[in-house]
Every structure is written in C-alpha cells, then in structure tokens.
Design a protein around this ligand. Sequence first.
Ligand SMILES: *Cc1c(COP(=O)(O)O)cnc(C)c1O
Length: 428
Amino acid sequence: MKLYNLKDHNEQVSFAQAVKQGLGKQQGLFFPLELPEFELTEIDDMLEMDFVTRSSKILSAFIGDEIPPHQLNERLKTAFTFPAPVVDVTDDIAALELFHGPTLAFKDFGGRFMAQMLSYVSGADEQITILTATSGDTGAAVAHAFYGMENVRVVILYPQGKISPLQEKLFCTLGGNIETIAIDGDFDVCQSLVKQAFDDEELKKAIGLNSANSINISRLLAQICYYFEAVAQLPQEKRNQLVISVPSGNFGDLTAGLLAKSLGLPVKRFIAATNANDTVPRFLADGQWTPNATVATLSNAMDVSQPNNWPRVEELFRRKTWRLGDLGYGAVNDETTKAAMRELADLGYLSEPHAAIAWRLLRDGLQDGEFGLFLGTAHPAKFKESVETILERTLPLPDALAERADLPLLSHSMKAEFAELRAFLLKK
Ligand SMILES: *Cc1c(COP(=O)(O)O)cnc(C)c1O
C-alpha cells in the first residue's frame, strides 16, 4: 500500500511507515494512493461472510501484499473480538451499536487494530512512544489496546474537567506503560500540543514518537469494516436506499464510512452530524471555513472545532469526483439533544448524547422510501451522570466501568505549554 501526504504529494510512504509515523511532513495526513473498488457481485459475496473474514478482505484490498492475508486475518481475530449489532428503533431507522468492546465505544475497533498493526510492523527492540489527544473515548480505547505491550509507552493528553468522570476512570487508573495528563485547556489545545510534538524532529527521534489519534491510517481502515458489517445485517430491501448518520467530532468515523462507499458499499448518502461545534455544517452551508472557539457540550467526544480528518474527506470527494453538496449535515444543540434522548427513550431505545444527535438529524432528513442507520458510538453508561439526569432513571454500570469506578486517578496535570510536555516526554 502506498500513501501520500496531503500537504506534499511527493512524500509517499508504505502502510508500515504510515502506521509508525502517524503524520507526514508539515503535519500532513496520509491518504491512500490507490482507492480499491469491489465489483457488485464481490460485495454481495462479502456481505455473506463473517465479520473477521470480510474485514480481512476489505483491509487486504488497501494494504496489499505488505501483510500476507493469513497474518492479517490472525491479527483481526485478535482485534475484532466483539460484535457490532444493528438494532431496530423504528420501522425505517436502526442503530448500529459500536460500543460492545472493552472500553464501550467505537474507538475500540480502531485502537485494537492499530495496536496489532503497530506490533506487526515494529522491530522487536524498537522503543515506541504513542502520544495522543483524546476528547474522551480515544484515550480509553488506546490505553486498553496497548496496556502491557512491551516497548510501548503511551502518553495521553485530555482536557481537564471536560470529559465524563467515568470516561476518565476508564483510562487514567491503569498505570504501567500508560501515562495520562490532564491539560488545562480544551481538546483542540491538546490536539495542537500533539501536533507540536510531531513537528519537533529531535523529540520525535529521541522517543520514537507515534500518534494513535484518528489521524493514524490504521484506525481509519479498521473503521471501514463495521459499515460493511451493518449492511450485512440489513435485509435486501433496506440496503437499496440507505442513509447513514454519523455523530462527528474529528470526522474519522465519517471518513471511514465514505471509504466504505468508495469501495462499493451501497450507501445512498451520509449525514455529518455535529453538536454546537459546527465548523463543518457551517462550511457545507456557506463554503466558509471559520472555526469558532470550542464549546463544551453534552456530547463531549464531539467537542472539536478544528476537525483533523476533514482534509481527508475533501480529498476523497475530489478523487471520486463526488459532490460535497451531496453530503448531508446538521448541528444539534444541547437542548435538542436532550429532547432527542427522551424521544428515543419513549420509542424504547436507550441512547446517549452522541447517538441521539445522529438520530435526530437522520429522523428529520429521511425521505420516503429511505432506510436510516445511525451510529451508536458509545455505551449510554459511559455518560451515566447526564443520561440519568436527562432520562430520570438509573443505569446499571457495565462490568468494564464498574471494576474501575473506585480506583484512584493516576493522571498528571499540566498547563497547555509545549515546553512542559516536551520535558515530560524526554524524562526517563
Ligand atoms: C470519538 C467519538 C465521536 C466522534 O468521532 P470522530 O471520528 O472523531 O468524528 C463520536 N461519538 C463518540 C462517543 C466518540 O467517542
């Protein structure tokens, strides 16, 4: 597999390099040089396969001979150990639940696959530092995926006081090779600290820097697989006019969905759903890219005003000669999010703020004859406090959360200053 840097098309790397480096020069994102496409009959055959077998086929189409198919299949068996069920909500809308992994969010798919790929492409004695910023769920997925792996040090930055207490417990209580830093600032600030670290060649070399952010291509590729898994679960008549609504923050999930479509998965259109951090919906409405300051919302994993993956979305539309105007979009504020959660509860479906936003825009935008799917990106119990308050009921804690809820937090705190982060990374 060859990938090029979106900021400098002359910089081309292999899959292994892209996985190890995360970002290219000038913090450019890597993008596949070849965009594979399956024939319709191939897609039909694939939709009959089991999740892991089909996922191997999808990922092989991108990765090529850099990883022999049986090796890839073995790695996927280790990474994808939990289901992604489609659950009916109404006659014409269903949820794709992506939160049945160890840290109860869709990020387990990408985090676990990335851990497998990184260990596959790294030398046995190579020391690697994974540095990543999280708006809540990436941190947990990455921490758990890499926990206890030899030669890997994981450093996770998160915005202090801006993620849910249970989200924090899930990844800041592990210790060992997992170090967590609460940054005095918002997610965009954390993300920019990570980018500065990547710009620092000396630091990069000294600690073998890698990012597990959604900018890492391996995470994106893994996420393509569950879009196929969703369609595989739908009866034929619901596959033809399929609309998928994606709750979006950094826009990795949407990029993966669009890549699934580019492979030939029948999806009529996508809806990019955001909260009040609505840089993309405003851009799609008026063509102006004008990020506002990030605001804290109920759907905190989407509190991103400068979404990292957007250049990949634009590149894909350009390469496929799709029209950006065909991309659905919308932004939902906290009040409407709450109302949506209550409406879903009345329909018998327990949700959380992120999924509720995607559902709300889907319900409003669905046309006659279409079938809608929205992504359930996190388990409702991950947002226990707000879900309980909004729905006026108590939620039991799943085991993954219950077993960490009473452990002490091991996080460091830090001002949003690169010099301080740099010193931290270089020590030991
Ligand atoms: C990360 C996350 C999102 C946003 O996904 P992106 O790929 O960053 O757009 C949405 N919902 C939840 C629960 C998340 O953890």
